[in-house]
Design a protein around this ligand. Sequence first.
Ligand SMILES: Nc1ncnc2c1ncn2[C@@H]1O[C@H](COP(=O)(O)OP(=O)(O)OP(=O)(O)O)[C@@H](O)[C@H]1O
Ligand SMILES: [Mg+2]
Length: 185
Amino acid sequence: MSFETKPSSGHVFWLFGLSGAGKSTLGAGLAGKLRAAGIPVLALDGDALRQGLCAGLGYSDEDRAENLRRAAETAKLGLASGLCVVASFITPLQCHRDLVTGIIGRNYLSLIYLDAPFEVCRRRDAKGLYARAASGQVQQMTGVSSGFEAPTVPDLLLHTGADEIAASMAQVLAFARSRLSGNKL
Ligand SMILES: Nc1ncnc2c1ncn2[C@@H]1O[C@H](COP(=O)(O)OP(=O)(O)OP(=O)(O)O)[C@@H](O)[C@H]1O
Ligand SMILES: [Mg+2]
């Protein structure tokens, strides 16, 4: 029995970028729109996985890779079940993006980069992490004490540091529509 069965309608939308770039905000928005259109969705968010499936992993490059490997394998199972997957993970290094791509494959994966400048994310500090990193309470903070490599050619680039949420949502929705032709989205 093969586990390589190709899904007919699923797709993985993998949102990545700095903490505070808007992955969870846009990921939840996209998942909601897909569901409202009757498209079954598996939503995977970094914070939720780290509370369960990936509990015990830290933030070294290696642990981040293992976190992402588990996330990508989960996404692949969702895809094989015909689901759309919306995955929101920092995915900081090119080798991490390559790992995800190697697991899921290129055909049903879109890598969506949320490009918000570090200073904007630090000022937003949506979860207070940048303040805690500055005072030494958080180690290996992406963009502070742990690396982030901007991608060269993402499938979609969103300027979430400058654009309003509604504008970014409209762009990601239009992109999703283009990848899910045949579905009413
Ligand atoms: N264009 C935009 N797209 C998304 N979020 C935006 C945008 N403009 C402003 N924001 C704000 O930026 C913040 C992004 O926070 P969010 O929790 O979504 O980031 P995140 O990328 O999931 O971070 P983390 O990696 O820490 O989970 C929210 O407060 C959101 O309202
Ligand atoms: Mg988030």
